[in-house]
Design a protein around this ligand. Structure first.
Ligand code: NIG
Ligand code: FE
Length: 396
């Protein structure tokens, strides 16, 4: 079995394995050859000429909130008047607004809407996506979101990996009684496990949401029940979620805009992947992006994701995130490509399946209408994908 070779840490992220004049072949959805052109005689039923083009593994987006009801464009004017993300949340808007809209949506409507977003992701070259719940904050709606994701994992071409984010915000009636709410969310883990609805448990550790201590306790209990854990850490205020993620052995620590130097060092010494979401920092109009250079300097395995959601980052376009990473995180094209493929796959425990073109792996392959890999983040705001193959089947 292919266990993958591990994520790529720190300075090694500058090495991007690239083959010129290459050939790739697959059969029954599985890669059977990759190497130089004409090195091996391949008797193919169909041949695609990719001369002058780029061929890569399908991109992996390891942090999204893709299953949600409604939208939040009504909050744009508040934003423009200067209300911050956390102020809008405090007023009962933000995540709470999407919670109300998600509660109202039927299972079928939610599914239809999610398909629309997943189709768009696929069109941008993304073949594996993590999907979080967190817009229910009650049993019925959290499970509705997770069941929609599970059905789509079976039915949609994209591979979906689910995360339970019941600890995404504090419902009004639990303000001041956060521990009781977290206990209530923990009580859903039995059914989540029984129905195989999620692999990961996540929490939003933030001012006005859950403290780092509350988050640690919550995640440790989830770990005891056999779940891998993730954390929205130091997204807006620097609270120390990064350190906590490394300490408890989270599979990933996500956002990290306010990560301290000590947090970055600890992350570099741990197996926790650092998932940066620079589209969110851009869309929240924040001056401080995550310290990607320091992270790479300290040997962190850095991954990039969209954070696609209706509030802090309404875009499915991971190519745009690659451009923001280049300009605002000062990541090189080589680091960026490693981040959106191999490292992203490890951030969701798919290192043995996704993010790499390798004999024996399934053929998740993207053909790009660009002359080289630097061109994708360089020419921004458009879609460079020519075609997408999932398990060897043409899907875009
Ligand atoms: O990653 N910060 C918490 N969760 C999302 C935003 C969700 C929303 O605003 O609807 C994030 O930024
Ligand atoms: Fe998020």
């Amino acid at each position: 079995m292919d266990h993958g070779d591990g994520p790529i840490h720190g300075k090694d992220m500058s090495n991007l394995p690239v083959l010129e004049n290459a050939e790739i072949a697959w059969k029954d959805g599985q890669i059977i050859y990759i190497g130089q052109m004409n090195e091996q005689k391949i008797d193919a039923k169909e041949v695609i000429d990719c001369q002058g083009k780029l061929v890569t593994p399908g991109l992996v987006d390891p942090h999204t909130h893709v299953v949600f009801g409604g939208s939040r464009e009504h909050e744009v004017s508040l934003k423009l008047q200067g209300a911050s993300y956390l102020e809008i949340l405090e007023m009962g808007g933000g995540i709470h607004s999407t919670v109300s809209q998600t509660k109202l949506a039927s299972h079928d409507d939610l599914k239809k809407k999610t398909i629309h977003h997943l189709n768009r992701m696929l069109s941008f070259g993304v073949t594996t996506v993590e999907a979080k719940s967190g817009y229910g904050l009650d049993e019925e709606t959290e499970l509705k979101q997770l069941r929609v994701a599970k059905e789509l994992q079976a039915e949609h071409d994209i591979d979906l990996v689910s995360t339970f984010l019941g600890a995404h915000a504090v419902p009004k009636e639990y303000k001041g009684n956060e521990e009781a709410f977290l206990e209530k969310m923990l009580s859903l883990l039995d059914v989540i496990k029984e129905e195989e609805l999620a692999e990961f448990v996540d929490v939003f550790a933030e001012t006005g949401v859950f403290s780092v201590e509350q988050s640690r306790e919550f995640l440790l209990k989830a770990k005891e029940q056999g779940f891998n854990v993730k954390i929205h850490a130091d997204e807006i205020d620097p609270l120390g979620g990064t350190e906590m993620a490394a300490e408890i052995g989270a599979i990933s620590a996500d956002h990290l805009c306010g990560a301290s130097e000590q947090g970055v060092e600890m992350l570099g010494k741990s197996n926790t992947i650092g998932v940066i979401l620079p589209g969110t920092t851009f869309y929240l109009n924040k001056p401080e992006f995550a310290p990607a250079r320091a992270m790479i300097e300290h040997n962190v395995a850095v991954s990039l994701a969209t954070d696609f959601n209706p509030g802090s980052c309404p875009t499915e376009n991971l190519q745009l995130i690659m451009t923001i990473a280049m300009l605002k995180l000062k990541m090189t094209p080589e680091e960026i490509w490693n981040a959106v493929t191999i490292n992203s796959s490890y951030a969701i425990n798919r290192g043995d399946q996704a993010g790499k073109l390798k004999i024996g792996r399934r053929a998740d392959v993207v053909i790009w209408n660009v002359p080289n890999y630097t061109y994708v983040p360089y020419h921004f705001g458009v879609n460079h994908v020519e075609s997408v193959f999932k398990n060897g089947k043409l899907v875009v």
